[in-house]
Design a protein around this ligand. Structure first.
Ligand SMILES: Cc1cc2nc3c(=O)[nH]c(=O)nc-3n(C[C@H](O)[C@H](O)[C@H](O)COP(=O)(O)O)c2cc1C
Length: 341
């Protein structure tokens, strides 16, 4: 079974669904001694299996796969209909309409089947904790597991279900917050404080994430007892990342000067660069993932195709200004500078 303490370089490349995570990125990070991750979210199970095989061609080192834990729908049909009307003029500008909402568990059972069959070294989860039965099946398959948590309460719930290790995600993190309760406001306690409270409660291995861009923060978090540090935004501009060109340009552009947490794009709180769509709809968007995500999908896709960064999700953590255009190997080396194992 994979042991986080045995990583040659205690840097985990965060899974980043929607494009940035690629087999090439995961393999390059693992080949550099860290732990690369594939993101299964939004992909078909067959696609995830294909990515797993491709990553194995590129590295003989351990890597991970990340899954979204499905949850009961909290979307209100009337609010969804109102939001569809609200964003319809934005969509019309690109000649598209808001998407149609439908039940979707992101292929949960099929993807669990893929990881149990193909057995990547590590599987991580976000948006909740798997049941004890799922965690047992993964343990039997000798797959190491990480459950993402954003509060002490979530850490307790994950441990009670049998999670053998956690990712502690702080509020500066880019992309979706892993908060279990889709209707709750994600906690804002800083990563250091959150890590301290969870570390005080358990001696389970803890990986920390959220806003880590520099070796000094990595060293600090390791000195506090984290087994590894997970970074996402730091890899968004990596050569091997699949981050689309519009997102890449926005991250480097003075036109975008801050990030915010919003559920306007997907119905679940996520941190991204503040753009026109976020400013227009942040206050009025309803909660409800994946339905809100489905409503905005055609508009986001059309904006991307038109090269318009103002109407797509530009996920980024608070530290995005320090993201480096470099190879994944160079980024791992930078983050791990000064670490003595
Ligand atoms: C573009 C992007 C996509 C993300 N997608 C996922 C995902 O699919 N699954 C997941 O568990 N976390 C996802 N995250 C969150 C990361 O796992 C991690 O918590 C975050 O990147 C850490 O903060 P940082 O971006 O400041 O390094 C994503 C983050 C970004 C920036």
């Amino acid at each position: 079974m994979f042991d986080f303490r045995a990583l040659r370089v205690p840097i985990v490349q965060a899974p980043m669904a929607g494009g940035p995570s690629t087999p090439e990125l995961a393999a390059a990070v693992s080949n550099a001694g860290g732990l690369g991750f594939l993101a299964a979210g939004y992909r078909s199970a067959a696609d995830v299996a294909g990515q797993l095989h491709r990553t194995r061609l590129l590295t003989g080192q351990p890597f991970g796969v990340n899954l979204f834990v499905p949850q009961p729908s909290i979307a209100d049909p009337q609010q969804l209909a109102r939001y569809a009307d609200e964003i319809a003029p934005d969509a019309a500008r690109y000649g598209v309409e808001p998407g149609v909402t439908h039940a979707d568990d992101d292929g949960w059972n099929e993807k669990l089947g893929v990881v149990l069959d193909l057995r990547p070294a590590v599987v991580s989860f976000t948006f909740g904790t798997p049941t004890a039965a799922v965690l047992e099946a993964l343990a039997e398959a000798e797959i190491a597991v990480l459950v993402t948590v954003t509060s002490v309460g979530e850490a307790k719930a994950a441990l009670a279900a049998g999670a053998p290790a956690l990712v502690v995600q702080g509020p500066r993190a880019g992309g979706h917050r892993g908060t279990f309760d889709a209707a709750a406001t994600p906690p804002t306690a800083d990563l250091d404080t959150l890590f301290g409270s969870i570390h005080h409660y358990t001696d389970t291995p803890l990986v920390v994430a959220g806003g880590v861009m520099q070796p000094e923060s990595v060293q600090h978090l390791l000195s506090r007892g984290a087994v590894a540090v997970q970074a996402g935004t730091a890899f968004l501009l990596a050569r091997e990342a699949g981050t689309n060109p519009v997102h890449r340009a926005a991250l480097a552009s003075p036109e975008f000067s801050q990030t915010a947490v919003t559920h306007a794009f997907s119905g679940r709180p996520a941190r991204g660069l503040v753009n026109d769509f976020l400013r227009r709809h942040d206050a009025t968007a309803p909660l409800g993932y994946p339905e809100v995500n489905q409503l905005t999908t055609p508009l986001r896709a059309a904006a991307l195709a038109a090269g318009d960064a103002q109407n797509m999700a530009l996920w980024a953590g608070e530290g995005y200004r320090d993201a480096r255009q470099a190879s994944a190997l160079e980024i791992v080396r930078h983050l791990a500078k000064g670490i003595r194992r």
